[in-house]
Write a protein that binds this ligand. Sequence first.
Ligand SMILES: [Zn+2]
Ligand SMILES: [Zn+2]
Length: 884
Amino acid sequence: MQEMPMQDTLPKEYDHKAVEQKWRSKTDGSVYQFDWESDKPQYIIDTPPPYPTGNLHIGNSLNWCYIDFVARYKRMRGYNVMFPQGWDCHGLPTEVKVEETHGITRHQIPRSEFRDLCKELTLKNIRKMKDTMKGLGFSIDWNCEYVTMDPTYYSMTQKSFVRMYADGRIYQREGPVNWCPRCGTAIAFAEVEYEDRETYLNYLYFGAGDCGDDGNGSQNLEIATTRPELLPACVAVAVHPDDKRFTRFVGGTISVPLFNYDVPVIADEEVDPAFGTGVVMICTFGDKQDVRWWIEHNLPLRMAIDRDGIMTSVAGNYKGMNLADCRKAILSDLESAGMLYKQEPLEQSVGACWRCGTPIEILSEKQWYVKVDQDEILSTADEIDWVPSHMLIRLENWTKSMEWDWCISRQRLFATPIPVWYCKGCGKIVVAKEDWLPLDPTEANPPEPCECGSEDFEAEADVLDTWMDSSLSAMAVSGWVFGHELKVPTQLRPQGHDIIRTWAFYTILRTHALTGKRPWDAILINGMVFGEDGHKMSKSLENIIAPEEVTDQYGADAFRQWAAIGGSTGSDIMFRWKDVVAASRFQQKMWSIIRFSLPHTEGVGDIGDIDKDSLTTIDQWIISKLNSLILDATDAMENYQFDITLKMIRSFAWDILADHYIELVKHRLYGEPSPNQQAARQTLGLIIDSLARLLAPITPFFSEEVYSQLNKTGSVHAALWPTADESMIDSGIEQEGGRIRDIAWAIRRYKSEHGMALNAPLDGIKIYADVIFDCSDIAGAANTPVQVIAGTPDFEHRAVGVKPDMKVLGPIFRKDAGKIVKALSDMDPNVVAQEVQSGTIRIAVGSETLEVPADSVAIEREVVLGGRAVDVIEVGGAVVVITR
Ligand SMILES: [Zn+2]
Ligand SMILES: [Zn+2]
């Protein structure tokens, strides 16, 4: 192959470490800044504020890659893009970590001191996660950073509380609420996770107090329950109204075993006669159904369990026991009393705290709530473009299943304080005024006395659910937290499907409640990342991959390519090292292409300068393909199909550009200066520049390096996304170019099969086709004169050899066979061929003429055209005739 003298060329190997380091330190971030005054259309991304655990895990990283692909693409499309970064700081995990680290409990030190320790830990963790984000090349606008534990942020949370309270959307009430005894706080339904657990169904006698006889006159009822520890909380017994077995009990009372107090027997359609014994005990509260019955039948309240999961005085002798001990004791006492007559195992779905896995209890407590208006949420959700679209159904199903309002008060510390006091004079609730915010009611009294004149207040010690902070994110980034006029709706919310019922649901609820608008135009849902073993990543499976492990070895761009190509958006995707390796190979391949191209594309100017008349068919072919690629890639990016975008770019660069186009035009690039050479140089320049820009959202470091090597001014990330010149898309040219490509490829293969150098000249090539076409690049690539002829060749087939078949000759001629073979080989093969035509071959051996059957030889022929032997390849409907 011809070699160009190397001029100031790039290193042979792409050095991702050096390149990424270079652009990380060179980029000042100004390209990524959101301009509050811009005339450009806005594109605000309501990015997730992660919980500052200190680790930006691979699932986060996938989501952030998606966000960054969109942000970079939209900037190149001329949008004023905001890629903010928030930190959702408040919450239990930090409190627990602080307790562990310092060996204290939150009750042992003053509230403010405990909060300071939480803040310190949070800041440390934020710094670590920011490093990972910067390493992965996310184009975050760090001027648009927010931290929910900062007063600027939580004063907004408090303001939203004040406004929604004034609107009647927030209220306080005493009543049943989900409670985690371990965390010691109320939680919302969205935080209850249902898990199947193995438990026992215990069959008990209710009634007279001794083992009942089974005769008709029995006053006993048999009841099956999974929660015997709730016997002291039993307030009624229910049966189905149509269940004839129990009709005579309805309206009467029955005695609760061990506790010996009477409860009413009621009839209710919701009782399943087929479950257990067909009789259920209603407790305050075993589950949601108990709450429904309790309200419907106006039953009394018997709270047998306290906030810490300990039995109360309602439980009599069992007071002070924890739930597990109490259950054991009650079962054993029932058994001794002969009132437990059967136990069977049962698989049951149990509601558990999503943070610690402890089964939740339903307690009656005074808590704060946000009203859930299902219709308002459903209609707002419907105005949003859900990607993928089936994710809307999850939100709808969740919304429709909401029976209770959103409990927003928490009995914790590290969170936004509820800006409320209770007047000790008149008992009135005093909610802070907006201009008093931010505040912590436990640290200061209201600046003015109560309406009743009293200045004696009790502070609300409860704090707000952290979702009260993060569900304001769309409003926060679109202006509220940065002191600008609100720009809702924002354009995009990217998030995981695991938090549709929380973050997405609450953001829709609150943004609409506070602004009357939808929070976003579109929501893009990312899937989860699974390990190479196909399982969800977990410590116990040891299949966790940290993004840094990947970037240390292969660089951020390779990691980002995996994120793009690993799967379609919305689906769960697997982390595969082979995807990363393939990404790295692609970068090297692209690098080699660029390295080859640079010396030729220097100073070629813009595509606008291309003299279209000088373009050969193969130039037009690749320009047409490039414009199709731009159209398709744009379409895929608009639809968040990053995998499709990258696959198309790779296939273009690898198959079309490297394997074919470059091979076909090398002869022009290395040849004498000519308009055709200039056309090849400009075409190549156009392609490299377009590829650098098409790849920029996915491989920002690599693209920036290439773009700078092209001597372009400014950053590729400030450049425009390529636009397709549709006038250059021509299916006829693509077909013709495809034929040229196939023929050139076939000639290369022919040469390599014949052990020839690829640039070794042949004597001549004639191509017979239906039409005459531009064969200049085939001739150049083959280093051989080429003639295109319309029509089909008029071949002769000439016999060039005779191969005797001993299997036929042997049995007939025995010892004479050798002589015959010798004679055959002495004959002119054309004469033998003529004899074969006649059916028998007559051979002169000595003085005799022997007759040999025609099938005893095979004739070797060659194709002859115009009197010369040629080789023939049929490709793409053309006949390629090669003279060696
Ligand atoms: Zn918990
Ligand atoms: Zn008062």
